[in-house]
Ligand binder design. Structure first.
Ligand SMILES: Nc1ncnc2c1ncn2[C@@H]1O[C@H](COP(=O)(O)OP(=O)(O)OP(=O)(O)O)[C@@H](O)[C@H]1O
Ligand SMILES: [Mg+2]
Length: 281
């Protein structure tokens, strides 16, 4: 069996600045994957604040805190959605989840790896910024999608995130999507980002497209549903093109050994069974 058949593709979705569309992108990526016959799971990795479950109006079964406490399996918390993909909710209002220590991160990684078995695609919807959890989840994933808007602070924060990920976590390849931008602004924003990364960082970026700002997105979110192709045909077409670009990106074999969710040898690096057990107690 090939690498592709054995291991789900894990894509992390992150941004420097918050509120740029990560959660919206993650759930629609999952929906598109399902439409292509894949089995998809969205992991809400913004562990302290609820995101995905609220955006979809899901009835959740518990918090990941139970997993860290060792009182529940993450897979028990998987919630099915009417869109065909599954969701692993985070936990809301739990400050202690916002900055997991190394051992807790390891417990989470193990739990996610277990829960992700049987899926073709796992999307990690991260918290915004350059917090420890984010760096950890992004570096454990195979591919990284960065979402930003043309807003200068979003651009600067995207650069900051990419810089930290490349210099501290050795993440070298990024897909970049520009939200709330037309085609021109999307490309311009990408070029502005690249003019700085090219000069200072040793990374590769693939531009996957843009998504315009449309009232139908806000409407969909208000109604806790997905974008409706019938009421927003133009926006949907543009958005789906971007999402297909992400899904059709070749798998990153250069990071195959960095696909830590599914590679035992890297999973166990630096962590004794004792400390893993301690974290569960
Ligand atoms: N293309 C768009 N057109 C119009 N509004 C949009 C668009 N994309 C996102 N938004 C608005 O931005 C808000 C934030 O989106 P979303 O929750 O997906 O961002 P996020 O990056 O996950 O935020 P956080 O950092 O808080 O997790 C949405 O509620 C919606 O109102
Ligand atoms: Mg979000």
């Amino acid at each position: 069996m090939s690498f592709e058949q054995l291991t789900p593709r894990v894509i992390s979705v992150s941004s420097g600045k918050g509120g740029v569309g990560k959660t919206f992108f993650s759930i629609h990526l999952a929906q598109r994957a399902v439409s292509q016959g894949m089995k998809a799971l969205v992991l809400d990795a913004d562990l302290g604040l609820a995101n995905v479950d609220v955006m979809l109006g899901l009835d959740i079964k518990g918090s990941v805190k139970k997993v860290l406490d060792g009182t529940a399996d993450l897979s028990e918390m998987v919630v099915k959605t009417k869109y065909g993909f599954d969701v692993l909710p985070g936990g809301s209002g739990l400050y202690e989840l916002t900055n997991l220590n190394g051992e807790q991160q390891q417990v989470m990684l193990d739990a996610v790896r277990e829960a992700a078995k049987g899926y073709d695609l796992v999307l990690i919807d991260n918290a915004a910024g350059i917090g420890d959890n984010v760096l950890y989840f992004v570096s454990a994933a195979e591919s990284s999608l960065i979402v930003l808007t043309p807003d200068p602070t979003s651009l600067t924060d995207a650069y900051a995130l990419i810089k930290v990920l490349s210099q501290q976590r050795n993440v070298r390849r990024f897909m970049v999507a520009v939200n709330q931008a037309d085609e021109f602004d999307g490309q311009l924003t990408f070029r502005r980002l690249m003019s700085v990364t090219d000069r200072y960082l040793d990374i590769h970026m693939d531009y996957v497209g843009h998504m315009s700002s449309t009232p139908q997105v806000r409407e969909a979110i208000r109604q806790q549903s997905l974008l409706n192709p019938a009421t927003a045909p133009v926006a949907t077409q543009e958005f789906y093109k971007l999402l297909e670009n992400v899904l059709s990106m070749p798998r990153d074999t250069s990071r195959s050994s960095g696909l830590q969710f599914f590679w035992e040898h890297s999973l166990n690096q630096g962590l004794s069974p004792e400390s893993a057990m301690q974290a569960r107690s």
